[in-house]
Ligand binder design. Structure first.
Ligand SMILES: *[C@@H]1O[C@H](CO)[C@@H](O)[C@H](O)[C@H]1NC(C)=O
Length: 385
């Protein structure tokens, strides 16, 4: 919802696939040789998993798309443990980056332009943030906002982007605390070039006093999520990922538990957000402190196929080509009010509703933003082993 002006629950798109029935359409591709364990309701075909209500397995090739109620159910194999096509991986991943400790900020650029989401914020450089005392690299790294000054030009805050960009992999965000409170709109996300052409994956995001996380994709034309292929614990809000458009919400999934965002997340000491991005799916898990899988805790290779059902699952291929996502940077920011937090400001907060009420709070009440900070143990990246 990074660029959205709508509330988290205000819109619902339809699945717009009215394509003719296509038979015997092979989607076989390069496959991994590893043995496969498939999730519930799925079958193995060679080394891939598939939903037998949608596909037929002939030899080791998945064939035959089904037409249901005039809608073509299309896409590659789905579900946990399945082998991917092309550059997909469902196996194990080896560590690449570990952004943490005193060198944390060496891996990021600081964005100092106007907030594209129209927030009541002043994004500052690394040196300005350092002088203002709102960032501190270490164990953990802390990234906060100003909590002491009335700031008519918007609250001083930080938006950072990784110097490296990525094409598929696993990304782990180990955090103890995240910004929360009336007026806040923090996000951990990934962003490709020339938005929306390089795609956007919002991994941790919400506004104001939310406690349930929202995971959202934004793409250029031609990306709709086939809900019949989603295997997730969260609830799908919208299925068209295309942005911008009349509805700029992207395709979102909301977590069903209140420990996944904001004060709920902080009350359990946070945990680890994990994203697996392959050419066949984008999946996001949350593991609260104390329930982090042993491979993540170990610091070695990780195997997402063993992590259970994700919070959010976006199948790629079929109705949303994997090529919608490329050269993505990791972004972390905290803005205030603006397109999302401002437009839905009100419930649970003081001073009325809407963006003007939100701005009044953000500008005049610095002491209200003492909980508006990130505490980050590490951000780690992995590539297929
Ligand atoms: C990442 O680096 C930090 C120091 O910056 C270290 O304490 C930690 O053990 C490293 N984690 C892994 C998994 O290597």
């Amino acid at each position: 919802m990074r660029w959205s002006s709508s509330s988290p629950s205000s819109s619902s798109s339809h699945v717009g696939l009215s394509l003719p029935l296509i038979l015997a359409l092979s989607i076989s591709g390069a496959r991994h040789a590893a043995a496969v364990t498939c999730g519930s309701g799925l079958s193995a075909c060679g080394d891939a998993c598939y939903n037998p209500s949608q596909y037929t397995c002939i030899g080791t090739t998945l064939c035959l798309y089904h037409c249901s109620g005039g809608t073509l159910l299309q896409g590659p194999e789905t579900g946990g443990g399945g082998g991917g096509t092309g550059g997909g991986s469902s196996g194990s991943y080896k560590p690449v980056d570990n952004f943490s400790g005193s060198s944390f900020f060496n891996n990021f650029d600081f964005f100092t332009g106007a907030d594209p989401t129209h927030g009541t914020v002043q994004y500052v450089s690394q040196s300005a943030a350092q002088s203002a005392g709102i960032i501190s690299a270490g164990s953990p790294t802390v990234i906060a906002a100003d909590t002491t000054h009335v700031q008519s030009g918007g609250r001083t805050s930080v938006r950072i982007s990784s110097k490296k960009s990525y094409n598929t992999g696993v990304f782990l965000f180990d955090m103890n605390h995240m910004p929360t409170g009336c007026g806040t709109w923090p996000a951990v996300w990934m962003l490709g070039p020339n938005w929306p052409n390089g795609g956007e994956i919002d991994i941790v995001e919400g506004v104001n006093v939310n406690t349930n996380n929202q995971v959202t994709l934004h793409t250029s034309d031609g990306c709709t999520i086939n809900t019949s292929q989603q295997s997730q614990t969260g609830s799908t809000l919208t299925t068209s990922c295309v942005s911008p458009g009349s509805d700029n919400s992207g395709c979102g999934v909301r977590a069903n538990t209140g420990n996944t965002y904001g004060a709920g997340f902080n009350s359990v000491g946070g945990g680890v957000y994990a994203t697996e991005w392959t050419t066949s799916a984008i999946k996001v898990w949350f593991f609260q402190r104390g329930s982090v899988p042993s491979d993540i805790a170990s610091g070695g290779n990780v195997t997402p196929a063993n992590w259970g059902t994700p919070m959010a699952h976006f199948p790629l291929g079929g109705s949303c080509a994997a090529s919608h996502f490329s050269n993505m940077q990791i972004v972390l920011d905290l803005t205030f009010c603006g397109d999302w937090a401002g437009s839905v400001y009100g419930p649970g907060c003081t001073g009325g509703s809407g963006n003007a009420a939100c701005q009044y709070l953000v500008i005049n009440y610095p002491q209200n933003f003492k909980e508006a900070y990130w505490s980050i143990n590490s951000i780690r990246t992995f590539t297929a082993a």
